[in-house]
Design a protein around this ligand. Structure first.
Ligand SMILES: Cc1cc2nc3c(=O)[nH]c(=O)nc-3n(C[C@H](O)[C@H](O)[C@H](O)COP(=O)(O)O)c2cc1C
Length: 154
């Protein structure tokens, strides 16, 4: 069956940050997000970028051409390496529709989230399957929305 080019498509990948990026993560992520938001908005792309223990995990969703073109550009970026697509395919609805790109870091204090993913309580990138990566990033998105809301009302 031919894939409708306008239909929603989602891709999750993980990568390893270069040591230079890890050493200056807040600034580096700010730079990445700063250049991503307007580009993503212009092609209707939404998503979430998570940093966890020297790795990036990112969700990209939009039409298939926008997702693939953006991923191809990201894959060439020297700020990370060892990119690995965890899952990709047609999607029913946006999971990260609030953000043209939003970043969050997963800290050791977020251990409860990591424990959901790995019974040993650590981050195990090999254990990230299509199902767990979606669960991880949507959990983070929920926390992110709640934090943003709390900032608004406080
Ligand atoms: C982890 C990571 C995530 C990124 N996410 C995006 C993104 O969502 N959208 C985007 O346009 N660029 C993203 N970038 C930046 C691209 O790799 C690239 O630098 C940028 O799009 C500018 O491309 P250009 O220099 O070819 O114009 C990301 C880079 C990294 C390292």
């Amino acid at each position: 069956m031919a894939h409708n080019p306008g239909a929603l498509y989602r891709l999750f990948y993980r990568s390893r940050q270069t040591p230079e990026v890890s050493a200056d993560l807040d600034f580096q992520v700010q730079q990445i997000i700063g250049s991503s938001i307007s580009r993503n908005r212009s092609v209707g792309l939404t998503g979430l970028l998570l940093t966890v223990q020297g790795h990036f995990i990112q969700a990209l969703e939009g039409n298939v051409a926008a997702v693939r073109a953006t991923y191809a550009r990201i894959a060439m970026d020297p700020r990370h390496r060892d990119l690995h697509i965890i899952a990709q395919g047609p999607a029913g609805k946006r999971l990260f529709g609030d953000w043209n790109m939003c970043a969050r870091s997963l800290a050791p204090s977020d251990k409860a989230i990591l424990e959901v993913l790995d019974s040993k309580g650590g981050f195990n990138k090999e254990a990230l399957t299509a199902a767990t990566v979606e669960r991880l990033l949507t959990t983070v998105a929920t926390i992110q929305s709640r934090t943003a809301l709390e900032a608004l009302v406080s």
